[in-house]
Design a protein around this ligand. Structure first.
Ligand code: NAD
Length: 494
């Protein structure tokens, strides 16, 4: 692996950092990157450049077609550099390379979709406000957008935000995760290559201190944050100084609800994929299996055998299914969850320990794990584990399944497996989550809004709704001709 050194990208220039953060590859522990530790001063410079471009620059004043042309060029460049981008996310984040390649393909699709939204951005006209009145509802860019992203889908989550903000005519400051900044900086370079004016897109790397400075900055009008619920709460506090608009995509604790009348082969594949996709380090990870009692033992036997066959390995290896945890502290946290689950009465059906042996020894691996006999009182049922750990609980009927699924603080996504349309739709409507997958899982096209109920967040990403997060509405009420009578003020005409 080659060690990379990154600077900040501010006002169209690469800037040397004063201090750096070391990034070690999760698969091997090798030093792979030195990332700039941004401070309030760099955030200030970046916001000043974005502010100048928003207030006086060409980007917010360009036509939707002009903005779409740049975004479409960027999508082509992402495709052209897909191999490098995928490798950055796999090396720095530990995700299996096949998944990283999928992320980059979707990043390009999201950018093209956002280009279409730029081209058709429009407001409304009301012609029913009386004969002398015309009401215009203008849709305008919201201003300077701050974007803060996590480490688990570095390029993908960036592209759930950035092209949408730019499509709306916003100017942007991005603060990627200090653990996985490479692909964000590379994509910023692609925007410059595609002709985005200097200062419209700025990237300041660094840890939570740089994120906090961006969240608190009065020059930022709208902040889109993806990360943990705990950090989301801090962001709400920091953002209140200038009451900036917030979109928060936070944690989750999704359930896969499997009814006896499901296609059980299909459901088993879906449950395995949902639980172990992206090493289980996924906000919509289907970390809880709720299974109908009558088929539970048989279904669990199939899952246990399937989980044991998953290939745990180095992220760059083409056949790896499950890679390492993001860092050693997180490895310890995941194993601690398993230990607490056991102590509280869960039974380990498979896995339950650190992944070791061969080339796993230098990295931070966890064996794909299934904890059976999990009840709602246990911490593993309620807390986001964010690793390859699936909990199993049984239900008697649909009412109990819904009650169990909703009995957590989160509400990001759930899956329902049933071939009975009554069951599938009735349960979908009762689930308190922003997304429900029916007979599929972790399957979100860019057209569909994505976001959380309850402690999983505020606002939506992707789809028309995701675009609108980066816009403001302005009502313009126009009177034509001479008003008959007066304004109703004292009964006299001025
Ligand atoms: P995190 O909250 O630790 O960090 C997220 C980002 O916030 C990073 O860039 C970090 O540097 C920055 N940050 C840290 N402290 C900050 C502060 N005080 N103010 C502003 N920014 C700050 O989250 P993480 O560990 O990077 O990501 C994992 C979490 O993200 C999980 O909880 C996961 O569920 C959630 N997530 C949610 C979604 C979603 O769409 N809902 C998607 C992916 C991840």
């Amino acid at each position: 692996m080659t060690k990379r050194e990154y600077g900040h990208f501010i006002d169209g220039q690469w800037r040397e950092p004063h201090q750096v953060i070391e990034r070690h590859a999760p698969g091997t522990g090798e030093l792979v990157a030195l990332v700039g530790a941004g401070t309030g001063a760099e955030v200030d410079d970046a916001v000043r450049a974005a502010r100048r471009e928003f207030d006086r620059g060409p980007w917010p004043r360009a036509t939707g077609f002009e903005r779409a042309a740049v975004l479409n060029r960027v999508a082509g460049l992402i495709d052209a550099h897909a191999g490098d981008l995928a490798r950055l996310d796999a090396e720095e984040g530990g995700k299996p390379i096949r998944l990283a390649q999928g992320d980059i393909a979707t990043a390009a699709t999201l950018t093209r979709y956002a280009a279409g939204l730029a081209a058709q951005m429009h407001g409304l006209t009301y012609t029913n406000n009386g004969p002398d009145f015309t009401g215009l509802v203008l849709r305008e860019p919201a201003g300077v957008a701050g974007l803060i992203t996590p480490w688990n889908f570095p390029a993908l989550i960036l592209c759930q935000k950035l092209p949408f903000a730019l499509a709306a005519g916003c100017t942007v400051v991005v603060k990627p995760s200090e653990l996985t900044s490479g692909s964000t900086l590379r994509i910023a370079g692609l925007y410059a290559e595609a002709g985005l004016p200097a200062g419209v897109l700025n990237v300041v790397t660094g840890d939570g201190r740089a994120g906090a400075a961006l969240a608190a900055h009065h020059g930022v009008d709208v902040l889109s944050f993806t990360g943990s619920t705990a950090t989301g709460r801090k962001v709400i506090d920091a953002a209140k100084g200038n009451l900036k608009r917030l979109s928060l995509e936070l944690g989750g604790k999704a359930a896969n609800i499997v009814f006896a009348d499901a296609d059980l082969d299909d459901a088993a594949e879906g449950v395995i994929f949902g639980a172990y996709f992206n090493n289980g380090e996924c906000c919509v990870s289907q970390a809880r299996l709720l299974v109908e009692e009558s088929i539970a033992d048989e279904f669990l036997a199939v899952l246990t055998a399937r989980a044991a066959r998953l290939r745990v390995g180095q992220p760059l290896h083409p056949t790896t299914d499950v890679g390492p945890m993001i860092h050693s502290r997180h490895l310890a946290t995941v194993l601690d969850h398993v230990a607490r689950g056991r102590a509280q009465g869960a039974r380990v059906a498979v896995g339950g320990a650190r992944g070791t042996g061969g080339d796993l020894d230098g990295g931070w691996f966890v064996q794909p794990t299934i904890l059976d006999s999990v009840t709602p009182r246990m911490d593993v049922f309620r807390e986001e584990i964010f690793g390859p750990v699936l909990t199993v609980s049984r239900f008697r009927d649909a009412d109990e399944a819904v009650e169990l699924a909703n009995d957590v603080e989160y509400g990001l996504a759930n899956s329902v497996w049933s071939k009975n349309v009554d069951t599938a739709l009735t349960v979908s409507k009762q689930l308190r989550s922003g997304t429900v997958y029916v007979n599929t899982t972790i399957d979100a096209p860019p057209t569909m809004p994505f976001g959380g109920y309850k402690s999983s967040g505020v606002g939506r990403e992707m789809g028309q709704a995701g675009f609108e997060e980066f816009t403001e509405l302005k009502s313009v009420s126009i009177r034509t001709g001479k008003r008959s009578g007066s304004f109703p003020f004292g009964g006299e005409t001025l």
